[in-house]
Design a binder for this molecule. Structure first.
Ligand code: 1HE
Length: 272
């Protein structure tokens, strides 16, 4: 067979490269954005792969760590795919991201996002779906949508103002302001700020701690708490009572309470 034809045949039989790596580590799993040459820019294929991974978590996985390969967490939407989209296609695309990003926020297990380098545009929208965020000192945050002539589309106008306030999101989009890791930490994007290279270890440590919680507690924190926070006081207090009653009636909760009363469980300790 001539060399050129052989190359074509080899290409067509090669399995498509995975853009989201999955690694099981006992009760937790790691999901890694795996497109470093494009700074983990989110192509449609990549977002759908993320969706598929989330939808097929193996039995026994109780928490996830989401992180990015290479020097950046995520450069946001793959701009190369945006160019030819009509208005209707743009709406459908944004709704597709909403559906998949909702699956992160309101999925089956809590997610710890480990942020480093660029966490921009759709990358910050993705990070805002996680339940806990750890940032390395290299992290920086921006919404270049303002400069690109577009708007948020991955839930950023809903989730990020709830973390840092609409005024900061407006500032970032209107002026192109880039927040440093320290500014993002102070503003409320990340709850933990660690040195460069230490984010993944911290994220894994936190995910393991989360995985050891009673399932009903993690469920309440993922599904009830954010909804209660959006309710008026009256309905919020009622929903809190309902969730509290359900959680404390679980056998696992009863066991944990007995363990404490019978001196088998750890006490709350002051840090340091
Ligand atoms: C990309 C993308 C991308 C990099 N789409 N290809 N997001 C942005 O507007 C951010 C655009 N990216 C950047 O500002 C920079 O790339 C970074 C600060 C993230 C990283 O800089 P650097 O110097 O490490 O990398 P680079 O040389 O700029 O990029 C390396 C390659 O990645 C290069 O391609 P190459 O073929 O020339 O090697 C870049 O073109 C490519 N690349 N970012 C496509 N985003 C649902 S609404 C959400 C809306 C948004 O997210 S808008 C914000 C988009």
């Amino acid at each position: 067979m001539p060399a050129a034809r052989q190359t074509t045949r080899n290409k067509s039989t090669r399995a498509p490269r995975s853009l989201v790596a999955f690694e099981r580590r006992g009760a937790i799993s790691l999901l890694r954005l795996e497109r470093p040459e494009k700074r983990n820019a989110l192509s449609d294929t990549m977002v759908q792969e993320l969706d598929a991974r989330l939808g097929a978590l193996p039995e026994g996985v109780k928490a996830l760590v989401l992180h990015g390969a290479g020097r950046h967490f995520c450069a946001g939407l793959d701009l190369a795919e945006l160019a030819e989209r009509s208005a209707a296609e743009g709406v459908a695309h944004s709704r597709m991201w909403h559906r998949i990003f909702d699956r992160i926020q309101f999925g089956s297990v809590p997610v710890v996002a480990v942020l480093h380098g660029a966490v921009v545009g759709g990358g910050l929208e993705l990070a805002s779906c996680a339940h806990v965020r750890v940032a390395e000192s290299s992290a920086f945050y921006a919404f270049p949508e303002g400069q690109r002539g577009i708007f948020l589309g991955g839930g950023g106008s809903v989730r990020v103002p709830r973390l840092i306030g609409a005024h900061r999101v407006a500032d970032m989009m209107l002026t192109g302001r880039v927040l440093s890791a320290e500014e993002g930490h102070a503003a409320g994007i990340a709850s933990y700020l660690v040195r460069a290279g230490e984010g993944l270890a911290k994220g894994i440590e936190l995910a393991r701690r989360i995985a050891s919680n009673a399932p009903a507690t993690n469920y309440a924190l993922m599904h009830a708490l954010p909804r209660i926070a959006e309710l008026g006081q009256d309905a919020g207090l009622l929903m809190e009572s309902l969730m509290a009653g359900i959680a404390q009636s679980e056998p696992e909760a009863k066991k944990r309470m007995r363990d404490f009363l019978e001196k088998r469980a750890s006490k709350v300790k002051r840090r340091g």
